[in-house]
Ligand binder design. Structure first.
Ligand code: GUN
Length: 299
């Protein structure tokens, strides 16, 4: 039976380190890390996520600001808000919650965020810095950064000689995850929905990272015995065994059967999920240090 990674515990240790770094920055420089979270409209799931981010920012001792624009806000209004946050020296991190309402174009908004305040790591400058291995000045997208914390705790910082397979090629996760693994010297394959014979690619992985959004797609016979399996999927499926109309969360990995083959595995929920918010806090405290010309802590 595989070791099951406790994402909540590891996220709590990252948050504790962020709190300590924020406190030290305030005591030494008189600067509080500032995080502005922008949400447009009233999608309940997005409001739940944003409230969790704002709450955690407060808990970390940050200057936590939330801007809620009405569902009918215009592109120009949202752009003006981002401009004002770009110009606000008390704000070190800006996050525009996605998805935006359909009439708004997210791309020009995201690309208008100053790269040094882009704590989501979505600006092309930050994507480019990651692609060129410049982790010292760029900001990395929070979920892959969190998954990489797990990988480092299991395998150390140098993945020389290890095969990593990332299933999924999104800009938000698959591509940056592959870049992080490559930076750490892994031999990286990016597989996706158009890959032929996906199971045989997966069986080659010492580190298998699944981010496809298909419930329990990765089966036990896709997993190399002794592999590390990191499940980034969050899928809600019907759970009639819990009562009529009930649902439950599952990942992209068939957890129970794969846990019998892997040596380390992340659960859903309670694996990568809690790391995303923790790494958003880490990115904000990193951005605040850099704004003062200080070397930020590493997480
Ligand atoms: N919506 C769901 N996940 C994310 C995320 O990581 N960043 C932003 N900005 N919006 C999201």
């Amino acid at each position: 039976m595989a070791e099951i990674i406790d994402g909540k515990r590891i996220a709590a240790s990252v948050v504790a380190a962020v709190k300590a770094a924020a406190l030290a920055l305030e005591q030494r420089q008189g600067v509080r890390p500032g995080l502005a979270v922008v949400i447009v409209g009233d999608d309940p799931a997005s409001h739940t996520y944003v409230a969790a981010k704002s709450r955690m920012a407060k808990e970390c001792g940050f200057n936590s600001i939330q801007h809620t624009l009405p569902a009918g806000a215009t592109q120009a209004e949202l752009a003006a808000l981002v401009r004002s946050l770009n110009d606000d020296a008390a704000i070190h991190g800006i996050l525009v919650q996605l998805p935006l309402p359909g009439h708004l174009d997210p791309e020009p908004i995201i690309q208008s965020i100053r790269p040094e305040k882009d704590v989501d790591g979505l600006h092309v400058v930050n994507a480019g810095k990651l692609a060129t291995g410049d982790l010292a000045t760029g900001l990395v997208s929070c979920t892959p950064a969190g998954a990489m914390v797990f990988v480092r705790r299991i395998h150390g910082a140098d993945l020389s000689g290890l095969n990593a397979v990332v299933v999924g090629r999104s800009n938000l996760f698959g591509k940056p995850m592959a870049q992080l693994l490559l930076n750490a010297n892994a031999t990286v394959t990016v597989a996706h929905s158009r890959t032929g014979d996906l199971p045989s690619f997966c069986r080659n992985a010492d580190i298998l990272v699944a981010a496809v959004g298909r419930p329990e797609m990765v089966k036990a016979d896709w997993v190399r015995p002794g592999a590390t399996v990191i499940d980034v999927g969050i899928n809600r499926i019907p759970a009639p065994e819990r009562g009529e109309g009930k649902t439950r969360l599952v990942g992209d990995v068939a957890f129970a059967e794969c846990a019998g083959v892997a040596s380390v595995i992340t659960p859903v929920p309670g694996g990568v999920g809690p790391m995303t918010i923790a790494m958003l806090m880490a990115n904000t405290v990193i951005a605040a240090h850099r704004a003062q010309g200080l070397t930020p802590p590493a997480f």
